[in-house]
Design a protein around this ligand. Structure first.
Ligand code: FO1
Length: 324
């Protein structure tokens, strides 16, 4: 590793929050050095098409094509196809844009032909001109099942159809026990100089990745520092129901709660200035921490947060070198 370089960086990523960090991080990491391991437990089939929302969001964002307001889908897309479909399926609640559909058509056809999701994703990254290596966590199907007070829901039913109104009783990552990490995932963790847990929902974006056999052990064994970027600002996420879900499942929606949740893999955490009261608590339990404004509303803010994560990782590495 050069003095100014960071070596290989591996990021565990969900959707929109992760993508906001990645748009700042990707330009800071030399080509060929960045691997992104993406949650696929939100994947589902809509209108016969296999949709991988977190992979889509990461790819579209890195390609500079994502819708800046929604965070998902393509900027400037239209929904005429969906409107036409609603003549037959009145409650078609999951919105696939007219141009977005091409991504799902391509993925579905290749998967049906027996091509693994990791290879399909690599082809899509190439087609979109994305230089970073984007890997699904697994080529095997893992699905988040949400038990709510109203019944059992798929993740997209819970989040999109029911707008996360129901109280969550439990989460399961169906299929995770028998799943294998996608090719390259374990090596990316082993060879990394820095591992970043993106500011994604810990329960439904990061936990399914950690539930793939070998992933958690790989992180525990990794030489690289594991730095989490908190998705919380003053106890609330920028988007989505993370705080509600965390509270319902007994995880405090604070940096300390996150540190408890990631306790066996975590070395350091980037938190928002609004949560600076947790800095001392984190340091007290051996988690190195730094704080700044983590609201990534612009590329500049994404770059600042990415730099903070890289710098914190470098500090942890230096401290370890001094101690050894
Ligand atoms: N999120 C919504 O809130 N409503 C939608 O209709 C919707 C459609 C959609 C289509 C493709 C895609 O890649 C993502 C889409 N998302 C939609 C986002 C997605 O449901 C969630 O944000 C993620 O699963 C959570 O990471």
């Amino acid at each position: 590793m050069s003095r100014r370089g960071h070596g290989k960086v591996t990021v565990l990523a969900g959707g929109v929050g992760a993508a906001r960090l990645l748009r700042g991080l990707a330009p800071l990491v030399p080509r060929g050095q960045l691997t992104i391991v993406v949650n696929t437990a939100d994947d589902d089939v809509f209108y016969g098409l296999h949709v991988s929302p977190d992979i889509d969001t990461v790819l579209y964002t890195l390609a500079g094509l994502s819708d800046p307001v929604r965070g998902w889908g393509l900027a400037g897309d239209t929904f005429h196809g969906l409107e036409a479909l609603r003549r037959y399926e009145h409650d078609a609640w999951f919105q696939l844009g007219d141009r977005d559909v091409a991504t799902h058509l391509f993925r579905t056809r290749l998967l049906r032909d027996g091509i693994p999701l990791s290879q399909v994703t690599a082809l899509q990254a190439r087609g979109l001109g994305v230089g970073a290596r984007v890997l699904p966590m697994s080529d095997d199907a893992v699905r988040t099942i949400v038990e709510t007070t109203g019944g059992r829901r798929s993740f997209q039913e819970y989040l999109v159809r029911d707008r996360a109104r129901e109280t969550v009783r439990s989460l399961t990552y169906a299929g995770s026990r028998g799943a294998q990490p996608a090719p390259g995932v374990l090596a990316a963790i082993e060879e990394a100089s820095l591992i970043v847990i993106a500011p994604s929902n810990p329960l439904v974006s990061i936990a399914p990745i950690l539930a793939v056999p070998g992933l958690r052990q790989g992180l525990r064994r990794a030489e690289a520092p594991v730095v989490a970027v908190s998705p919380l600002i003053g106890g609330r996420p920028v988007k989505g129901p993370a705080d509600k879900m965390m509270r319902a499942l007994g995880v405090a929606p604070t940096p300390s709660g996150l540190a408890d949740f990631y306790h066996d893999v975590l070395d350091a955490m980037v938190i928002d200035t609004a949560d600076r009261a947790h800095l001392a608590k984190l340091e007290g339990r051996g988690v190195a921490a730094t704080c700044l404004d983590t609201l990534m509303r612009s590329l500049g803010r994404s770059t600042a947060v990415a730099r903070a994560a890289l710098a914190l990782g470098a500090t942890v590495r230096e401290q370890r070198n001094l101690a050894s």
